[in-house]
Design a protein around this ligand. Structure first.
Ligand SMILES: *Cc1c(COP(=O)(O)O)cnc(C)c1O
Length: 362
């Protein structure tokens, strides 16, 4: 065989930002109780599944999907009582919406978000070579460091500010008045990421009319439809119009459009499931705080962040996994997350298995 050797350098092909990144890793959960990814642990009752399958039966999968997902968009607006003066754009998960928004910015733009926060804000900003401004939360209560955020806005005028409400991975709701001060000072867009709205009694949707730079982003993933990949962003038509220009025309497939529409039209199932999850959240929070060496932080989401004794987090994470329960080790991120683990609220038996496994290794 005559192999021709050519000088070929991967590093000369790809942008330096890409070469410096590492891919988002998802742990293998096979055979484990899965309490690592903020999924709703409940599926649907049989009769609801059959009704859902009946709606899929005549789906024209030989055709391209509706590029504007008219029916699903209307159902979302109706379900969450979104005023007609606002537009809704759908994404393949809210992750895709974050990506679209950042892709639309000039490459000199700054993006600001608190830390610790949702990893995709930074991952996608870095990938696009944007200037990512990470502002540490207050150490005592994980609330926004408002003076530093306001100062950073004055200095850098970020094009986009992301605020997850409730925040991932800390689980708390930031101060409402602090968020309003940020929205009022910012000349760029402020995205309130309400991925955990189903578990929190709070939203900025009602604040949309008063602030022309405000966007509210949501997802059906944590609600109980993570497999569909559907997120949406609500805002003024003038802003949504720009994002729609770079959205791929068929980003929401036909099966997702039909299934999400069906699910939202049967919303009672989610109210039932999320109420159960919230009750379990209080039970597990209380149990964690009775354990010596563990501090659980209050959560308005479907997970709980908790602190272990110094330098024990990774050992405890592995010991819990050894007993068949997968949670998330946050400790390697350091900073405010040093010694911290995060557990998603599952079914009562799963949560009990987690508590038992944890007790066994303290
Ligand atoms: C999970 C999560 C998302 C991503 O949701 P998808 O719609 O599944 O892409 C966005 N923001 C926050 C804060 C999250 O925790």
């Amino acid at each position: 065989m005559n192999l021709i050797s050519r000088p070929f350098e991967i590093t000369s092909i790809f942008r330096k930002e890409i070469l410096a990144m590492s891919a988002y890793k998802v742990a293998d959960a096979q055979g484990l109780i899965k309490l690592d990814a903020m999924e709703n642990p409940y599926n649907w009752p049989e009769d609801l599944k059959l009704a859902w399958l009946a709606t899929l039966k005549d789906c024209p999968i030989n055709r391209y999907p509706d590029p504007t997902a008219q029916e699903l968009s209307q159902t979302i607006k109706r379900t969450y009582q979104i005023d007609d003066q606002f537009d809704v754009m759908l994404g393949n998960g809210s992750d895709e919406i974050i990506q679209l928004l950042l892709m639309a910015l000039p490459n000199t733009a700054s993006v600001m978000a608190p830390a610790p926060g949702f990893v995709m804000y930074k991952q996608l900003s870095d990938c696009l070579g944007l200037n990512y401004l990470s502002i540490p939360l207050r150490a005592d209560d994980f609330d926004l460091d408002l003076p530093t955020m306001l100062e950073t806005i004055r200095l850098y005028q970020p094009s986009v500010i992301f605020l997850a409400y409730p925040n991932n991975p800390t689980g708390n709701l930031f101060s409402h008045s602090a968020i309003l001060e940020i929205i009022n000072l910012a000349k760029g867009l402020v995205v309130i990421d309400e991925a955990y709205a189903p578990f929190a009694d709070a939203s900025f949707i009602d604040s949309l009319p008063a602030h022309d730079n405000l966007l509210v982003m949501r997802t059906v993933s944590k609600l109980g439809l993570a497999g569909l990949r559907l997120g949406y962003i609500i805002g003024r038509p003038a802003i949504i119009e720009q994002l729609n220009k770079i959205r791929l025309p068929y980003n929401i497939n036909s099966l997702t459009q039909l299934s999400a529409n069906f699910a939202l039209c049967n919303y009672a199932i989610f109210d039932f499931q999320t109420n159960k999850i919230c009750r379990e959240r209080s039970r597990i929070f209380n149990q964690l705080n009775t354990l010596t060496g563990i501090i659980a932080y209050p959560s308005s989401a479907n997970f709980i962040l908790f602190k272990t004794s110094t330098d024990q987090a990774n050992r405890i994470f592995l010991a819990i996994k050894e007993q068949g329960v997968l949670i998330k080790d946050m400790s390697s991120q350091g900073g405010l997350l040093a010694d911290c683990l995060r557990v998603t609220i599952g079914k009562p038996v799963e949560n009990d298995a987690f508590i038992t496994a944890l007790k066994n290794c303290l």
